[in-house]
Design a protein around this ligand. Structure first.
Ligand code: SF4
Length: 195
């Protein structure tokens, strides 16, 4: 593990913030990258299940994301090839309605630029969800509009909706995503992973 990855793993900047949430949890940064990675999955923040397992996308959202990418679990979790870097490394807790809170901004401000500098071999970036799209693309558009403009960034970057079950209705409403975007994405993933 790099010094930077070790520093993030030891980070407790949000301890008070997390202690004040309904779950009163402690920070547990889920750090999953090595400088050799050629593909970056830029996400939002771990959910409760990933907070407990310590493994990113170790949940039904991850199953759907791996299917979208055309990657086996072994390929997906191979840190020598794939880096998984969320906008916050820790589970942020729940809001009053039981939804995940947004990723704390302090995490992006503290760590993100340094992580991106370390990942200088990345050839393909997959940006999952609105928070990561704002950072990596600098866009102010909504997720649908951003994903729909995929040709503006392909083949080096693809913006995806979050693979959560909450977006199943979105997938039904936007069939162009599975028909047009995913085949191009899978082809690019195979190229970068196996070249
Ligand atoms: S979310 Fe980020 S800044 Fe906050 S404790 Fe975790 S690693 Fe540190």
């Amino acid at each position: 593990m790099s010094d930077l990855a070790s520093d993030i793993r030891a980070c407790r900047l949000c301890a008070e913030r997390f202690a004040a949430t309904h779950t009163e949890h402690e920070p547990r940064p889920v750090v999953w990258f090595r400088p050799s990675a050629r593909m970056l999955i830029a996400g939002q923040a771990p959910g409760m299940r990933v907070h407990q397992s310590g493994k990113p996308f170790d949940d039904p959202s991850g199953d759907r994301l791996r299917e979208w990418l055309g990657l086996s679990a072994n390929e997906f979790y191979d840190t020598s090839r794939v880096a998984i870097v969320p906008m916050a490394f820790c589970f942020p807790g729940y809001d009053a309605k039981g939804s995940d809170l947004p990723p704390p901004r302090i995490c992006g401000r503290t760590w993100h630029d340094r992580v991106m500098q370390e990942l200088d071999k990345v050839e393909l970036t997959v940006v999952v969800g609105g928070y990561a799209q704002k950072y990596h693309l600098g866009v102010k558009t909504g997720v649908t509009e951003t994903v729909k403009a995929w040709r503006d960034h392909a083949p080096r970057l693809f913006a995806l909706p979050h693979p959560s079950w909450r977006n199943t209705a979105w997938l039904k409403k936007n069939p162009w995503f599975e028909d047009e975007v995913l085949p191009e994405l899978r082809a690019q993933v195979q190229k970068v992973i196996h070249d």
